[in-house]
Design a protein around this ligand. Sequence first.
Ligand code: F6R
Length: 366
Amino acid sequence: EKGGFEHFMLKEIYEQPNALQRTLLGRTDRTGRNIVFENLGMSNAHIRDIEKITIIACGTAYHAGLVGKQLLERLTRIPVDVDVASEFRYRHPIITDKTLVIAVSQSGETADTLAALKEGRRLGARTLAITNVVGSTIAREADDVILTMAGPEISVASTKAYATQLLVFYMLAFYFARIRSTVSTPLLETYVAELHKVPELVGQILENHGQVKQYAESLKDKSSLFFIGRGLDYSVAMEGSLKLKEISYIHSEAYAAGELKHGTLSLVEEGTSVIALSTQEDLYEKMLGNVKEVKARGAEVYGIALADNRTFAKSVDNLYLLPNTLPLLTPIIAVIPLQLIAYYVSVQRGNDVDKPRNLAKSVTVE
Ligand code: F6R
């Protein structure tokens, strides 16, 4: 059942190229250049009418929503909120009939997400579910559904569901941007073409897992760790940090790199491990500055950057190079080494990787 893998988590990490491929399938028009969602009830008029988007989700799905926000705002210029579902209901959110509420849930059964979705609808919003399970409660409750085609996810730590949720957010942002004419057609076509290459890039990373495995070995006895990044990298850092904590039980924090000096830098001392993501060209210089800040306090920095960004190599202690892609598209590929690090650290520590203590796969109580 684990298809020759030692754990479901590793199997599911390796299924990502196929899961992404399946999620892309049938979602471009005949020319292959435009994203289409054939079964969406939302008309073009509806899409043009949206004044605000609120994304609600929990855990890893929430982290996918954080990337979704940046994509949607950048490409469609619609203001986007992202809320942890258990917070959304109690904060008197501003929702109107021109709000689109997007619920993201692998299982489609998470009680908090379901309750938040119902609250959004009660307040008059149109609702869209991004879920991995056909016929799940959240899928049935929403006006529209976009399925991630990750296939069953058994490991408690979510991997392929997250990757396919990100992919759906890319497709949705490209789709809305075309209908609302907020991005030029040639640029959108470039994005769609590059997006189609992502599954293969993920495959390339998975073929060369030696370097991350080695790095994981060096982390196994740490008691604490930092993940830093800016922009899209910060959202990915949050997911990398959650994955590590969840299955390795090592405490870690994800920090917006520019925020370190406003507090957390005081925790960095000789030998502190910092994983620094730098895939956003417009932020390279800023990230270099932040890496210097932590290095000056004795941190050991493991950098993750695109193959093009070799200058980063001089500033970090170790560098992991991702295959090149557009900076906009890096989250789906940058998360892969982070998933593998979490996995191998957990294995090294002898933990029950697929069933971490105190956690359940589907959280159906609020
Ligand atoms: C972390 C993880 C959880 C889930 C969260 C939401 O690896 O799996 O944080 O993402 O419980 O679950 P779904 O997506 O089923 O609503």
